[in-house]
Design a protein around this ligand. Structure first.
Ligand SMILES: [Zn+2]
Length: 493
């Protein structure tokens, strides 16, 4: 039987190599075009935003609002076009993925990709309708208007809060750029993907015991499971001491030999997320956080990175494989990732393989919602039925996992980041809100009158009210971060 399966493995490895090549080429081409479009559009948006901001500083109230309408509208139109182009390339990208899955004999993966293509097409139609009915134009005007409102709000808030100490006030205003044309809180952020190394954990045994399905995780034909909603994991082979990894996904031949030799033949490395998946989560969070007046600066997931390395956190146990999210805070401390007393000014995000329950979790924040949120001593002026403070007895960070379909779940990192920056679920009914959660305990409804905002935003978004409450939280709880650039430098101990 050995030689027979060897032939089968060799044949499927050869077809798989073609699949890898197809997927790889499509990936590089679509990524390059999309990064190019996003960079050019980002530049135009920044320019329009800058001009708007300049008008608001120098042309008086009326000039400012006229600028909001004209320049904001223009920015909205450009953004609408970008959304349409992006969606077309998402479709091309997923067609490449579907072809790749087919060549790997990964029928479940192929069906999953077809589902993704269908959702992309629906979104493409919506994007075109939104563009033609001027939804993106109106959305752009509203965004520009609200960006100015937020800036005025933060300007006043900072003055009120730190006015008693003129030198500190000057430092903070300078750091946030409140007296310059563009402003925002620069927040460093570190992303790490959970990684399994067969040198540290008996992955072949977990596979044999049915705990994990390495073939499915590698995007290869699996006879043990049929999961169309497979998460975007990556399996690679490595050299004997695990120091050098192959740059390509593993093939069936190599993986079968590792498993069938009870782990004696070869070494494999498994990432909870591919580089592409990391990039998507990271870019979404950067984009969404702009509306909060926070500029996220990640260690990974930038544009135009070809074959990037994936910053990781090695795990070895089954408890980490399926992570209990309620233990995140103590875990960050015991793993030496966070110091409860000092690390607050930057964001640490871990991408897990799976959680016992839920999509994600934020630690290091005391959250009370609804009637439990009053009185709120640190931020009595909050208006979102939420009260939050920093919990300095545990590690602060977020954890999340990938979930199919990505069109719906790509906001989960931005959502957890929202908790980290001081937001909760309360009152965020409707999928148009980033702070919406389908988890039952939050008592939120999918549908809400505010769904009109989804039409304007095109995607789930933070609201102006969210942004104001984030800043109330920041000045009350994270003043040292606003003040001292050094306080937000080291992300990992
Ligand atoms: Zn949440």
């Amino acid at each position: 039987m050995g030689w027979l399966s060897d032939i089968g493995n060799a044949v499927s490895s050869a077809a798989g190599a073609v699949g890898d090549a197809v997927e790889g080429v499509v990936d590089v081409v679509t990524n390059t075009v999309q990064d190019g479009v996003d960079t050019v559009v980002g530049g135009i948006q920044d320019g329009l935003g800058w001009a708007n901001s300049w008008l608001c500083r120098n042309a008086g109230g009326v000039g400012c609002r006229i600028g909001n309408i004209v320049l904001g509208g223009l920015a909205g139109v450009v953004k609408g076009l970008q959304d349409v182009i992006d969606k077309v390339f998402d479709i091309v990208h997923n067609v490449g993925g579907a072809l790749g899955a087919l060549l790997h004999g990964d029928l479940a993966g192929f069906i999953g990709k077809l589902g993704a293509i269908l959702l992309d097409v629906v979104e493409l139609v919506l994007n075109v309708v939104r563009f033609l009915t001027l939804g993106t134009l109106i959305g752009g005007i509203r965004d520009a208007w609200q960006a100015e409102d937020l800036r005025e709000f933060v300007d006043k808030l900072i003055n009120q809060h730190f006015g008693f100490n003129p030198s500190q006030l000057a430092r903070i205003r300078d750091r946030l750029g409140l007296d310059r044309t563009s402003w925002g809180y620069p927040m460093n952020a570190e992303h790490r993907v959970f990684r399994l190394d067969s040198g540290n954990a008996p992955l072949w045994q977990w596979h044999q015991n049915g705990i994990i399905d390495l073939y499915a995780m590698a995007g290869l034909t699996s006879f043990d499971s049929f999961d169309v909603g497979r998460r975007r994991t990556l399996v690679r082979s490595a050299n004997a001491d695990g120091t050098i990894e192959s740059s390509f996904p593993i093939n069936r031949w190599t993986l079968a030999h590792y498993i069938d030799s009870d782990g004696k033949d070869g070494r494999i490395i498994v990432y909870a997320l591919t580089a592409n998946a990391v990039k998507d989560f990271v870019q979404v969070s950067i984009d969404k956080f702009k509306k909060l007046g926070i500029n996220l600066k990640w260690n990974t997931g930038g544009r135009f990175e070809y074959f990037p390395s994936i910053p990781f956190h090695d795990i070895e146990t089954l408890n980490e494989l399926t992570f209990d999210r309620s233990k995140l805070g103590p875990y960050l401390v015991s793993e030496g990732l966070r110091d409860p007393q000092s690390d607050q000014c930057n964001l640490l995000a871990l991408a897990a393989f799976d959680l016992v329950t839920g999509l994600g979790q934020t630690s290091g924040r005391n959250i009370s919602e609804g009637s439990a949120a009053t009185p709120c001593t640190n931020t009595p002026e909050r208006d979102d039925g939420c009260c939050m403070s920093i919990n300095r007895r545990t590690g602060a960070g977020v954890i999340y996992h990938d979930q199919w379909p990505t069109q719906i779940f790509r906001y989960v990192l931005a959502h957890e980041g929202g908790h980290y920056a001081g937001l909760c679920h309360f009152g965020h009914d409707g999928f148009q809100n980033i702070m919406f959660t389908p988890e039952k305990t939050a008592n939120l409804s999918y549908w809400d009158w505010g769904m009109f905002r989804y039409y304007l935003d095109n995607e789930p978004a933070f609201t102006l009210a969210d942004a104001k409450n984030v800043w109330r939280f920041l000045v009350a709880e994270m003043a040292p971060c606003l003040d001292d650039p050094a306080a937000s430098e080291p992300v990992i101990l």
